[in-house]
Design a protein around this ligand. Structure first.
Ligand SMILES: [Zn+2]
Length: 116
């Protein structure tokens, strides 16, 4: 994965903001945490993930320590499938959203303040 940086201030401190008020095909937005510049919309993984990118995601998800044994075998089970049943898709998205890293800068700043 290539490292993205802010075109305005060259910062690589980019954060993914997700919200329920976004249009349904948009998952959230990528913004610069240093200058606050909006970089791009992020698509909902359920909309944009095709078979190949799903396999890539599963590969990286399987490296995560957050998975329990059931989720691990579930991901291995759907790995070769071209399309998922609505139930499988829902479960996959649930695991994906939990396991994929979303940087929470508010929390980072709060904990940083504690050490000062
Ligand atoms: Zn910036």
């Amino acid at each position: 994965m290539s490292v993205e940086s802010c075109p305005k201030c060259k910062s690589t401190n980019l954060i993914r903001q997700t919200g329920t008020d976004e249009p349904s095909t948009k998952y959230g937005r990528l913004i610069c945490s240093d200058c606050g510049k909006f970089l791009k919309w992020l698509r909902d993984p359920s909309v944009s993930l095709n078979h190949l990118t799903r396999q890539e995601s599963i590969d990286s998800m399987l490296e995560s320590q957050k998975l329990n044994q059931w989720e691990r075998s579930f991901l291995q089970n759907i790995y070769e499938k071209r399309s998922l049943s609505p139930k499988q898709q829902a479960k996959y998205e649930e695991v994906y959203k939990r396991v994929s890293p979303v940087v929470n800068t508010t929390r980072d700043k709060e904990s940083a303040d504690c050490y000062e």
